[in-house]
Design a protein around this ligand. Structure first.
Ligand SMILES: Nc1nc2c(c(=O)[nH]1)N[C@H]1C(S)=C(S)[C@@H](COP(=O)(O)O)O[C@H]1N2
Ligand SMILES: [Mo]
Length: 199
């Protein structure tokens, strides 16, 4: 894949890439509720369900064989750290449209992870061209603590929307708050508007 094929998240082209109230870090902290799950890749499945014409389940082998994209993005964690210059590789959210027919009533998604973690997005936020299900970060497969085998990456929103250990996506007519969104985090989470809590 040539460099010009890398999708640049638009926030990486701002003159000042650090949103209000954030501090840069070189390290990559690992943050999550509960413990890092042990995942048996031979049993792992990715499910596409809810408001679709026909639900679909993909094995790891099938998922990893889907067309891949590269996305360059910044990370902004609601706890105040930002990490610039991340290169993600994986499957664009857009690719889901090739796998199922989404019913017209669907307006929101819930992304599901091992252990019951969830996060919600509008269809519009989910299908932005820089959103992907990432298998690699900076050229290396994701480590277990950062979401192996698969994590969502939503570059334009706070990083809690970037669910680790993803197992599927559910299409919904009505919005429903996910895990952190029900624990007091903002429903949307735009770092440039400091949509941190409440809302
Ligand atoms: N499955 C799962 N994904 C999750 C979380 C979680 O608790 N469970 N926490 C979120 C939060 S709050 C943050 S800040 C990022 C942290 O990702 P990192 O550990 O790779 O830095 O993961 C997000 N994804
Ligand atoms: Mo977070």
């Amino acid at each position: 894949m040539a460099d010009e094929d890398i999708i640049k998240s638009p926030d990486t082209e701002r003159e000042d890439r650090v949103p209000p109230g954030q501090k840069l870090t070189e390290k990559w902290p690992a943050l999550h509720y509960g413990s890092v799950p042990k995942i048996d890749i031979s049993k792992w499945e990715f499910a596409i369900f809810g408001l679709v014409e026909k639900e679909r389940r993909l094995s790891y082998r099938e998922f990893a064989a889907l067309p891949q994209v590269k996305v360059f993005s910044d990370i902004h964690c609601v706890t105040g750290w930002s990490k610039l210059d991340n290169l993600w590789e994986g499957v664009a959210s857009e690719q889901i449209r090739e796998l199922v027919r989404i019913l017209p009533e669907a307006k929101f998604v819930m992304v599901h992870s091992v252990g019951g973690f969830t996060t919600n997005l509008s269809l519009n936020d989910f299908f932005q061209p820089d959103v992907l299900f990432a298998l690699k970060h900076n050229g290396e497969p994701l480590t277990r603590e950062h979401g192996y085998p698969l994590r969502l990456v939503v570059p334009r929103l706070y990083f809690w929307k970037s669910a680790k250990w993803v197992t599927g996506v559910e299409f919904m007519a009505e919005d429903k708050r996910g895990f952190w969104e029900s624990e007091g985090y903002h429903n949307h989470g735009d770092p440039w508007k400091e949509e941190r809590y409440g809302g």
